[in-house]
Ligand binder design. Structure first.
Ligand SMILES: Cc1cc2nc3c(=O)[nH]c(=O)nc-3n(C[C@H](O)[C@H](O)[C@H](O)COP(=O)(O)OP(=O)(O)OC[C@H]3O[C@@H](n4cnc5c(N)ncnc54)[C@H](O)[C@@H]3O)c2cc1C
Length: 407
């Protein structure tokens, strides 16, 4: 097999986003697609560490629609794909601890309703029936969304990849993209560790390396890897995989069952970022050590609904470098600076739940004649005005997005 066959479209990066884009392109009828991944296996970087929560409640109608589209695709893959994403549509609980937060929830609820996502208030007693381990008596409001759930991020990537290959897409691993080739302001291909490959369109789905790849295209995009972690506990009595996912914004926490254990994560107040300029294309971002103080903080935060949380013992910590951007929104679509270069990054730690919706928007950005206002608003060009941007300020703003994730 000729590993370096030219292709109309090259997707750079074989994580959840790149694989989701391949699947969306194939579904839309484009088969001349080649995905390149530097590692020998797909989905071994950020995607391998994802908690897999899929939530549709967002404060923007278009963003809810994007998540809703993902849910539709996950449901279809779980039903029909040979390799399944392990999608568990168990529903979600969202807990408000103050009247103010409950008021914010009512806005989320009406936005979701407008997008056709069913969300209801339930009583604290009903919440307790859904998650008997926890005490919801201090909650000032509980929202229930029955179509939310969770899945396995690496299995989702595998499912996308397998279905795409059946439809004609090619996937090549062990290929590091080292340079973008262009002529007359237009992408013509990539130079890799195994030779050159021509293409008309190059999609940057390089996760924590999105900055490096954008830089090769001459764009200095503020895409910052920020450390994110959670742990899975030892087995706990009466915990089972059918329990709903949960978010407690005022405690900065999210959780779900992981078999008979609890997966508990959140948004640590002292967030740790890494400047992508400090590591090279092809190199891994800095290694992350398990931060047990942060795990303890998560457990302490959980006391609001679980005073006897001594039953929760860490078993394994998962961690990675999802990327954050200064306005907390995806970066999707082409740039005026280099024709044929398309961004699919800045996932702000919801790239898995967003993956199918991101794929759909990438397809629209290539083929749709009338681009939606929402899609235009996600353009990388919003960060590329001629005024000199202040890198340090962009880092600070991205950190604030992480810290205030649930606000
Ligand atoms: C602890 C944690 C919990 C999370 N929880 C959730 C959650 O509950 N729900 C959710 O939706 N999201 C969650 N996320 C975020 C989610 O995991 C990410 O948004 C998503 O995995 C990003 O996928 P990606 O494909 O962009 O990046 P990656 O999975 O990192 O994939 C990028 C790929 O590009 C490849 N690559 C890079 N440079 C090159 C090159 N030069 N040549 C070839 N290949 C290259 C890399 O090897 C890599 O495989 C979580 C993340 C973490 C770390």
């Amino acid at each position: 097999m000729n590993k370096l066959k030219d292709s109309k479209i090259i997707i750079l990066g074989g994580g959840g986003i790149g694989c989701g884009i391949a699947y969306s392109l194939c579904q839309a009828g484009t088969k001349d697609v080649l995905l390149l991944e530097k590692n020998n296996t797909l989905a071994t970087e950020t995607t391998s560490q994802g908690a897999g929560l899929v939530g549709q409640l967002r404060n923007d109608l278009n963003r809810v629609a994007l998540a809703k589209w993902s849910v539709k695709i996950f449901t279809g893959l779980e039903k029909k794909a040979v390799k399944k994403p392990a999608w568990m549509q168990v529903g979600s609980l969202r807990i408000a601890l103050t009247e103010n937060k409950a008021h914010e929830f009512s806005i989320l609820k009406s936005t979701a309703k407008e997008a056709g996502v069913n969300v209801n208030w339930i009583t604290n007693k009903e919440a307790n029936k859904k998650w008997p381990l926890f005490d919801f008596s201090s909650a000032k409001g509980v929202l229930w969304c029955d179509t939310d759930g969770y899945l396995s991020p690496p299995k989702l990537a595998e499912s996308y990849a397998n279905e795409s290959m059946k439809l004609g897409a090619k996937f090549e691993t062990g290929i590091l993209v080292e340079e973008i080739m262009s002529s007359n302001g237009k992408v013509t291909g990539v130079r890799t560790n195994k030779g050159t490959i021509c293409c008309d369109i190059l999609i940057n789905a390089a996760g924590a390396h999105a900055w490096h790849i954008a830089k090769m295209a001459g764009l200095n995009l503020p895409v910052f890897p920020v450390r994110h972690e959670y742990f899975i506990s030892s087995a706990i009595e009466n915990v089972n995989p059918n329990l709903p996912t949960m978010r407690i914004p005022e405690a900065s926490l999210y959780l779900r069952a992981s078999n008979n254990s609890l997966l508990l994560g959140g948004w640590e107040p002292d967030c740790v970022y890494t400047d992508p300029k400090n590591f090279k294309n092809g190199e891994k971002p800095p290694m992350i050590k398990d931060d047990l103080n942060v795990m303890k903080w998560f457990k302490d935060q959980l006391k609001v609904i679980c005073p006897k949380n001594k039953i929760i013992q860490n078993s394994k910590v998962y961690k990675g470098w999802p990327t954050f951007v200064p306005d907390g929104r995806f970066i999707i679509g082409p740039t005026k600076k280099l024709q044929g270069f398309i961004m699919a990054g800045g996932c702000n730690a919801h790239g898995i739940s967003g993956s199918a919706g991101i794929g759909k928007h990438v397809v629209d950005s290539i083929y749709s004649e009338e681009k939606s206002e929402y899609l235009k608003s996600l353009s990388p060009d919003r960060f590329l005005s001629d005024e000199k941007s202040n890198w340090e300020q962009e880092i600070e703003k991205s950190q604030m997005i992480y810290k205030n994730y649930y606000n």
